[in-house]
Write a protein that binds this ligand. Structure first.
Ligand code: TYD
Length: 217
């Protein structure tokens, strides 16, 4: 199974990835967890380029760098793992590109769909969990964790996070549009619920997915 997690920075995806991995392993599954961008030596270098706060990158170059990282990870790690029967849980995938570069940066959505298809080798997630959070709540979380005063631009944030409140509002609206277009693949969960509540919702949706996809076979 290929499972992806999406949401704006600070929505709590990584906590849920760890919980879901543990759950699937307890059920005897072999599970690989990864996050984008990154995951191969070259993709990790691309990640550094993309997130280093002092780098000035055009929107198209940013799109192509995220996509290059994805193409590497897909071909070298994810596709072989899926072929071996592993479950793959991926923290961010092409929905991030649609939300951030498409809706956030305003790049053409048709062009993005083509590039997303190329970078992902035409492979789509079986199910995607989107943790929904307002940018204000996300930032509040981030700064309260570090006990810092709230700011929408700060040395504490990486290059993407320093894109400002309006950018994040567009990204969130983008996620809602993606969800509307593909409700059968994407499950939205309120990120303000507690981590155990979110985990329970993930498990029950996964169960429903397994039941319905078994029924189709
Ligand atoms: P990361 O530190 O992994 O953030 P998070 O913990 O929120 O996942 O940084 C990844 C950043 O890159 C994040 O701000 C989202 C952004 N991003 C894009 O803009 N487009 C993409 O295609 C991907 C995969 C990530």
């Amino acid at each position: 199974m290929f499972i992806t997690f999406e949401g704006i920075d600070g929505a709590g995806k990584s906590t849920q990835v760890v919980k879901l991995k543990r759950h699937l392993q307890e059920r005897g599954r072999e599970v690989l967890t990864l996050r984008e961008p990154g995951g191969t030596p070259v993709a990790e270098q691309i990640r550094e380029l993309l997130l280093e706060s002092h780098n000035d990158i055009t929107s198209i170059a940013e799109l192509l760098l995220f996509s290059a990282s994805r193409a590497e990870l897909m071909e070298k790690i994810i596709m072989p793992a899926l072929e071996d029967g592993c479950d793959v849980i991926l923290d961010r995938f092409f929905d991030s590109t649609t939300a951030y570069q498409g809706y956030g940066r305003g790049l053409n959505l048709d062009m993005l769909a083509d590039i997303n298809r190329i970078a992902s080798h035409g492979i789509r997630p079986d199910i995607t969990f989107y943790l929904d959070l307002t940018p204000e709540d996300a930032l509040m979380r981030k700064f309260s964790e570090k006990s810092l005063p709230l700011a929408f631009e700060s040395e504490e944030l990486d290059r993407m996070e320093n894109s400002g409140l309006e950018f994040y509002q567009r990204v969130r609206a983008g996620y809602h549009a993606i969800l509307e277009a593909e409700p059968q693949r994407i499950v939205m969960i309120d990120a303000l619920l507690t981590p155990p509540e979110i985990h329970r919702k993930i498990l029950s949706n996964l169960h429903n997915f397994e039941v319905t996809s078994d029924g189709k076979n």
